[in-house]
Design a protein around this ligand. Structure first.
Ligand code: SF4
Length: 224
């Protein structure tokens, strides 16, 4: 397979591009929001751990019953590991996920009085919680701005020439410099929604893309 060409990224240009595409994406996807269903930070934390290598639709199906059974961090911490595994089996990688969920909830009970902590520094100390999960919980459950670098954000940032980094942590810091902080969470949702609808991994639909005018990869398969 031919090696994909890289777009040289200039920070000022990238920041300008963000400004240009922001109103268009907002207008195109006025309802863009997280697809995981949750009532509180704990439910979102569990759902986000479960969503690794799994669709949000599947996670929502699984958590519908689980969240009736396990209502608090203590419920998860005290639960039998095998029972957690059974409950989440269909989300894949269930053994690791069960260990992480039980471990995270045990720490939440022991160190944070049963409440999910609300800072990135604390969240990333929980088992199974990296910056992506932490930012998702911060942004959507606590209302603290967070950039969620999932597969869509990584792909679109490259195609749009916003960053040369595909490492999620480096990309997060690149985007943090060019996206106004107040928009971090919403920007993530807009880009993810655009990645699901138009700029898909296999076949971006540049012909119908509302931001094609500003995209350096538009109609150029060598850059996809
Ligand atoms: S123009 Fe094409 S490559 Fe660029 S964002 Fe739109 S769909 Fe993606």
């Amino acid at each position: 397979m031919a090696k994909r060409k890289k777009i040289k990224v200039n920070k000022e240009e990238a920041a300008r591009r963000v400004k240009e595409i922001w109103p268009i994406l907002k207008k195109t996807y006025p309802d863009a929001k997280i697809a995981l269903e949750f009532k509180d930070p704990l439910e979102l934390l569990i759902s986000t751990i479960l969503s690794a290598q799994c669709t949000d639709v599947r996670v929502n199906m699984v958590t519908k019953d689980l969240f009736k059974k396990y209502k608090s961090a203590a419920d998860w911490a005290d639960a039998d590991l095998k029972q957690i595994e059974e409950g989440i089996r269909s989300t894949g990688f269930f053994r690791n996920k069960a260990i992480n969920i039980k471990g995270a909830c045990t720490k939440i009970v022991e160190q944070y009085g049963g409440k999910v902590p609300g800072t990135i520094e604390e969240l990333v100390t929980l088992p199974g919680v990296g910056r992506k999960t932490a930012n998702c919980v911060l942004g959507d459950a606590f209302g603290v701005p967070g950039i969620t670098c999932d597969t869509h954000v990584i792909r679109l940032s490259r195609r749009l020439g916003l960053s040369e980094n595909s490492d999620p942590v480096k990309l997060e810091f690149d985007l943090a410099e060019i996206v106004p902080k107040r928009n971090w969470t919403a920007f993530s949702h807009l880009v993810i929604t655009h990645g699901r609808n138009i700029c898909t991994a296999r076949k971006p639909n540049c012909r119908e893309c509302p931001i094609a005018k500003y995209c350096p990869s538009a109609n150029n398969p060598d850059l996809w």
